[in-house]
Design a protein around this ligand. Structure first.
Ligand code: HPA
Length: 245
């Protein structure tokens, strides 16, 4: 039997459509408690451990998520591959609201987060390779599933991770754009790096919730974000169906 699939999902994805939950498993780790109990069950043909990144109900802001505990909880539960789902703002023209993007790079602008497993009680200093922040094989499987599901999506994109919880200024988004960011979100880091440190094969699917600050025709509202996520969620649902088939 293959290792269970870990799914970490955030804003707009408190429920996984089609997920048949058998158990709500509270866990503790050497880094503290994860955002929520692990939801153990099946999605399609796969055994899945689902973790709500912002807690149940959604109450933990991005800079307060205990990313180390979340990743450790999945490791301790025997997960191998991790599929992360996250809402983002769109910067590139290929990322309008409700678009699905499978990113391939990250620039980290977050700060002050516990971002490594390798800092205390070390025998040796460890530097993980992070040239490609997302696992190639899992990423390829996600792209394959998106194609098989027949959804519209964009393959590739640079995710800029900001600190939040506030949204960015228009000037900050112009800077991210000059830096080469196509998407802006608040949670890919340190999540992706910790997964790599822990030996998990981690890749991500992003749903665009809004044009990033200054790029749309008006201020960003939570109503607009929820409407776009609802539309994008239908696409992700089809992708997940194909991914776990
Ligand atoms: N910025 C950062 N994170 C986000 C955004 C945004 O505009 N939209 C959804 N998550």
């Amino acid at each position: 039997m293959s290792a269970p699939l870990g799914i970490i999902a955030g804003t707009g994805f408190a429920e996984l459509p089609g997920f048949k939950r058998r158990e709500l498993r509270p866990v503790d780790t050497r880094w503290g408690e994860p955002s929520a109990p692990l939801q153990v069950g099946r999605l399609g043909d796969r055994e899945v451990l689902f973790l709500a990144r912002h807690g149940i109900p959604h109450h933990i802001p991005p800079h307060r998520v205990n990313y180390r505990a979340n990743i450790q909880a999945l490791v301790d539960a025997g997960v191998g591959d991790v599929l992360a789902i996250a809402a983002v703002g769109g910067i590139a023209s290929f990322a309008p609201p409700a678009a699905v993007v499978i990113p391939d790079q990250v620039i980290d602008y977050s700060w002050g987060r516990a971002s490594t497993f390798f800092e205390d009680d070390l025998d040796t200093v460890t530097h993980i390779d992070f040239t490609l922040p997302f696992d190639d094989r899992v990423r390829d499987n996600i792209v394959w599933a998106a194609r098989a599901a027949g959804i519209e999506f964009h393959d590739g994109g640079v995710y800029g991770c900001t600190q939040g919880p506030r949204l960015e200024t228009a000037a900050e988004i112009r800077r991210l754009s000059r830096d080469g960011c196509d998407l802006v979100g608040m949670t890919a880091m340190p999540e992706a790096a910790l997964a790599r440190e822990a030996g998990l094969a981690y890749a991500s699917v992003n749903v665009v919730a809004n044009w990033a600050a200054g790029l749309g025709s008006h201020e960003i509202t939570m109503d607009e974000i929820h409407a776009a996520l609802k539309a994008g969620m239908g696409q992700v649902e089809r992708l997940l169906d194909a991914f776990t088939d």
